[in-house]
Design a binder for this molecule. Structure first.
Ligand code: NDP
Ligand code: X2W
Length: 395
């Protein structure tokens, strides 16, 4: 395939590829694309297909990188051809993550040795603070989904205040699209560089944005109590994440000043067209993956919990990956493990005028790698569920 940019104007429908009005292929036949790229797609696209879109995976030896590799095993088009690591550069992926041994994967190399002219798109799974300079150096023809926080905040001063370091790619920030898929899909279609949302901000904005947009809740007194599995902190060794520190207990952290606060407030304020402020406290739970946000809101005058429920049902009725459960059913992290789903529900509080919303995701999937894959599918004109409809793991 010659370039990822030329690919983006092509879309897939009912087993056929279309460019504009012109049908350019039928299922299961190889054709030459106008842009000189050729590939095979089947109507049942998980079989008989060649993986012709070359993916570069930066930070492949981390948790989100490994999760992308796991998901791509079931993707009919994306093939990982370039993988980078830092300390683990030189090792095989099989030695770092033996559960991925069945896949044919390239050896891990250092970012500085990577030849980006050999890939069509990039997932960037590097720690925040290291990413801006690396993305700045990539060929501009590449589609990029960045999983770090480096490009999520539009306001440069706010980024520098909350992340405690200067922004190193200010000129790129203007073209970035925030990748909260269900709510910004149209912008993502046209994007070259997508800032994938943080895991907490995903689980929080998905329920709150439709309610704020419909003026059903007040902009103040939003209280968020959130809990994450330890994989949310990445694979790097840290004392706070030792088994003996995590097991048999719950730890609050980032109290009053977690760096996801400005990201959550940015998204909510955009839809409110007014400043929305939240109280947000995250907690580390003795589990590997999974995330729950329990959100306490004050409803607008005259609004009932049923109105919130109906609004969420209507907003997400056509969405594959966001499900509003039947009335009264409590979302559980067990039910999203390994999947790209966000499950949510809304409950009346005992206190009149207030409601309680519960939202759960897998931090590594909808909170990171799954949503990143959903976004790259969209950026390349593919069905957004590709590679993401695996059966979840239970419990
Ligand atoms: N974990 C989660 O649930 C979520 C994570 N994110 C974000 O995604 C990104 C990746 O997270 P995660 O996979 O958990 O992190 P990990 O710590 O597990 O992995 C980080 C990866 O980056 C590499 N790396 C570290 N430092 C450098 C450097 N200076 N230059 C180049 N490569 C480097 C590591 O290589 P090596 O292994 O060789 O050291 C590893 O491959 C982070 O920005 C994180 O904040 C976003 C949402 C959720
Ligand atoms: C448990 C844990 O430590 N979680 C991480 C959030 C992970 C995430 O969403 O990440 P980024 O904003 O880093 O991309 C944290 O609180 O910093």
């Amino acid at each position: 395939m010659s370039s990822a940019l030329s690919f983006s104007s092509i879309c897939f429908e009912q087993g056929c590829w279309f460019k504009g009005e012109r049908k350019i292929r039928v299922a299961d036949k190889r054709v030459k694309m106008p842009s000189s790229m050729s590939f095979r797609v089947s109507a049942n696209s998980s079989v008989n297909s060649e993986k012709d879109i070359r993916i570069g995976l930066l930070g492949a030896s981390g948790y989100t990188g490994a999760e992308i590799v796991r998901l791509l095993a079931n993707h009919p088009h994306f093939r990982v051809t370039l993988m980078t690591a830092d300390r683990k550069a030189g090792q095989s992926m099989e030695s770092v993550f033996p559960h991925l041994r069945a896949q044919k994967l390239p050896r891990l190399i250092s970012v500085k040795d990577a030849d980006f002219s050999t890939v069509d798109a990039v997932f960037c799974c590097l720690p925040h603070g290291t990413t801006q300079e690396i993305i700045k150096g990539l060929p501009t023809a590449l589609k990029v989904v960045d999983l770090s926080a480096d490009f999520r905040l539009r306001n440069i001063a706010e980024y520098e205040e909350w992340y405690g370091q200067p922004h190193k790619a200010v000129e790129l920030q203007k073209e970035v699209v925030y990748g909260l898929t269900e709510l910004l899909r149209e912008d993502i279609k046209k994007a070259r560089l997508v800032a994938n949302p943080g895991c907490y901000p995903t689980s929080i904005q998905l329920p709150l944005v439709p309610l704020i947009k419909a003026n059903l809740i007040k902009h103040e007194n939003v209280i968020i109590d959130a809990k994450s599995g330890v994989s949310g902190a990445g694979r790097g060794a840290k004392e706070a994440n030792l088994y003996s520190e995590i097991a048999e207990g719950i730890s609050s952290y980032g109290v009053t000043r977690h760096r996801h606060v400005p990201e959550i407030e940015q998204g909510l304020s955009d839809v409110a067209q007014a400043k929305v402020t939240v109280s947000f406290t995250p907690h580390l739970m003795p589990m590997i993956r999974g995330m729950q946000s329990t959100i306490y809101v004050e409803m607008a005058p005259g609004v009932r919990t049923e109105d919130l429920y109906q609004q969420l049902r209507t907003s997400y009725e056509d969405e594959e990956f966001v499900k509003v459960l039947d009335e009264g059913v409590v979302p559980r992290t067990h039910n999203v493990r390994g999947s790209n789903y966000c499950l949510m529900n809304v409950f009346p509080d005992r206190i009149p005028g207030r409601a309680i919303i519960i939202s759960v995701i897998d931090n590594l999937v909808k909170g990171a790698s799954g949503q990143a894959l959903q976004n790259l599918n969209i950026m390349l004109g593919l069905p957004e569920t590709m590679g993401l409809l695996n059966q979840p793991v239970f419990p």
